[in-house]
Design a protein around this ligand. Structure first.
Ligand SMILES: Nc1ncnc2c1ncn2[C@@H]1O[C@H](COP(=O)(O)OP(=O)(O)O)[C@@H](O)[C@H]1O
Ligand SMILES: [Mg+2]
Length: 600
């Protein structure tokens, strides 16, 4: 990318220098072709004929050649510039995407998926555009500015006075005005994020929207945020346009001033020459004045460009600030040195929690309070408790999707925060109630955790999870594409797919968070066998409100308000704990489950 930036700059600067030639040629024609001055010695010296008609032809051709060259070089420069900007934008997007992927989950809850998309699109794009508005355009303009000033110095330094007054004016304008535009762009981008995430959310939940007949409300909400966006965009636009209008007015005013002063001087000098008080070489000629006018335009043009770049840069800077704010968020478990990796074959799978507490950053009280318990290797522990007791949070802690606020979680005696996150997560699989299916084939979705799995392994896992039965009913079998979020699969089918996914990943530690809740009694009986084989030999933490699942656990841990209230075998709790009976009976009411007496 650096190569493109440098090439773009070289081309831009060269083109700006070449552009300086046209006004010089115009002045030349006025003085030496139309006027009476004798052609300078260097012209005849390099073999250019000094007859006015021939000189005219040479100058005209010269102007055309130089201008074509300038346009060609500046176009090539703009191409390099464009490539550099696009690559920079893509680079920023990649950084942002990779960083957002590793942000702690509770941070991502704040940034909705649509919000992340908006940040990736608009903010990354406008920050990439800074390369144009802060580097390319100003540098080309400054070259033109400096070149023009140098040429003007040779003609008449006094006339530079006017343009030079403009420079501090420009500085003051930037200092006091342009910087104020940025907050408006900031607001606009924030509104855009709201609009985008709202739209993503609406279509993500389109079934709910339809079933509650909320289309009009959602459309109105979209319209409102759009209107807000327009208002904010106009605010930012006004801030920028004031600067542009200022410069647009400045150009004709300066031209008028120059004409007034310059023409008066041409007349006075002509009178002086006739009277003999002024030498012809010192007099300001009409050619000088015309050339001067051209240069004045060339002086003001880059100034206006710099001013416009300044206002454009405010937009880019606003985007950049938002991008940096996300990049500044600390990553989930930053990769520090010396973290040990674990070999799955040597892991026994004993999990021990010691005084583990956890509080979500945006809540006032801890959700998990000083929880201590152990899961032996290859033991099946069922986590039971009312909804909101903190079961899912505890699972996330063990899976290291969240880090405890205090306390330690150990795997085979090693603090898991000392273990490399990637290698730890390879040991763990979570099967949740809400199964996320990616756009892709059934086979892709089963193999999501293990890209290297062979087709046979996939089929085997599918067989064990009772997925094959419905896969074979699909026209393309395992190659059937399941749409976004797998819309055309039933809840039970999706859960079986998730179980197949976990089976294939072959984890040492298996976490099932209400993983079978969408299966009906029949469906669960069907996969009971595969569930047993899935759990066999692994450390399992299972959350279920189905008595059959709870009863087949080795041990039950009862959670209430983030604390362990009771532990024991299923029989012990059923016989001795009123609390357990209440919770279980409550859940029994809404399921056609078998009584525990049949099971224990
Ligand atoms: N991302 C979150 N931010 C803040 N609070 C949360 C978040 N997720 C869950 N909670 C709160 O934590 C408590 C426990 O939630 P959870 O672990 O999901 O319970 P369970 O799985 O037992 O139903 C609830 O009171 C819930 O409101
Ligand atoms: Mg839960």
């Amino acid at each position: 990318m650096q190569r493109y930036v440098i090439l773009g700059l070289i081309c831009g600067i060269t083109a700006s220098i070449l552009k300086l030639a046209t006004p010089a040629a115009t002045g030349f024609i006025f003085d030496y072709v139309l006027g009476t001055s004798t052609v300078p010695a260097f012209v005849t010296h390099i073999g250019i004929p000094s007859a006015p008609e021939q000189l005219l032809v040479v100058v005209a051709i010269g102007v055309v050649v130089v201008s074509v060259l300038a346009v060609a070089i500046s176009t090539i420069g703009r191409y390099f510039n464009q490539v550099a900007v696009l690559r920079l934008q893509a680079g920023i997007r990649n950084r942002l995407f990779r960083h957002a992927l590793r942000l702690p989950l509770n941070r991502l809850h704040l940034a909705t998926s649509g919000g992340v998309t908006s940040l990736l699109r608009h903010d990354a794009s406008s920050s990439g555009g800074l390369l144009s508005s802060l580097v390319f355009n100003p540098l080309a303009s400054i070259t033109q500015l400096v070149g023009t000033i140098v040429v003007l110095l040779f003609i008449d330094a006094r006339m530079l006075l006017g343009p030079l007054v403009l420079a501090p004016l420009m500085f003051l304008c930037h200092h006091y005005w342009v910087d104020r535009i940025r907050p408006y762009w900031h607001d606009l981008h924030a509104t855009r994020t709201v609009t985008d995430s709202g739209a993503t959310e609406t279509f993500g939940g389109i079934r709910v929207v339809r079933s509650f007949g909320r289309e009009t409300t959602e459309a109105r909400r979209f319209l409102l945020t759009q209107n807000l966006e327009i208002r904010r965009h106009l605010m930012a636009w006004w801030g920028s346009i004031v600067v542009e209008v200022g410069w647009a007015l400045l150009i004709p005013i300066s031209v008028a001033a120059l004409l007034w002063y310059g023409a008066a001087r041409v007349l006075a000098d002509a009178a002086g020459v006739t009277a003999g008080t002024l030498g012809p070489a010192d007099a300001l000629t009409a050619g000088d004045l015309v050339m001067f006018l051209f240069y004045l335009a060339m002086l003001l043009e880059p100034m206006a460009t710099i001013a416009r770049s300044g206002t454009e840069a405010q937009r880019g800077l606003a985007g950049l600030e938002r991008v940096l704010a996300v990049l500044d968020l600390p990553r989930d478990h930053p990769p520090s040195t010396g973290q040990q990796t674990v070999n799955p074959d040597q892991v026994k799978g004993r999990i021990a929690l010691q005084d583990v507490s956890f509080q979500y950053p945006d809540t006032s009280s801890p959700v998990i309070r000083k929880v201590s318990f152990e899961i032996e290797a290859a033991e099946i522990v069922a986590l039971v408790g009312r909804s909101g007791a903190g079961k899912s949070t505890l699972c996330d802690l063990i899976a290291r999707l969240l880090a405890p606020t205090s306390g330690v979680i150990r795997l085979d005696g090693t603090d898991i925060s000392k273990i490399d996150v990637g290698s730890y997560r390879n040991l763990v699989s979570i099967v949740e109630q809400d199964v996320f299916l990616f756009d892709g084939t059934i086979a892709d979705n089963i193999a999501y955790g293990r890209r290297d799995a062979s087709m046979e392994e996939i089929v085997q896992a599918a067989d064990a999870a009772q997925v094959s039965e419905f896969v074979h009913r699909q026209p393309n079998g395992f190659e059937t594409v399941i749409g976004e979020r797998g819309v055309h699969l039933s809840g039970g089918q999706r859960q079986r797919l998730a179980i197949a996914r976990a089976l294939l990943a072959d984890p040492r530690i298996l976490i099932m968070d209400e993983a079978t809740s969408d299966l009906d009694g029949e469906g669960e009986r069907l996969i009971q066998e595969s569930l047993r084989s899935l759990m066999k030999g692994r450390t399992v933490l299972v959350i279920a409100h189905r008595l059959s699942t709870v009863a087949s656990a080795d041990r039950i841990v009862m959670l209430d308000h983030g604390q362990i209230v009771e532990t024991g075998t299923p029989e012990e709790l059923w016989n001795n704990s009123k609390h357990f009976q209440t919770v279980m009976q409550m859940q029994l009411l809404d399921s056609n489950d078998v009584g525990i007496e049949e099971l224990v």
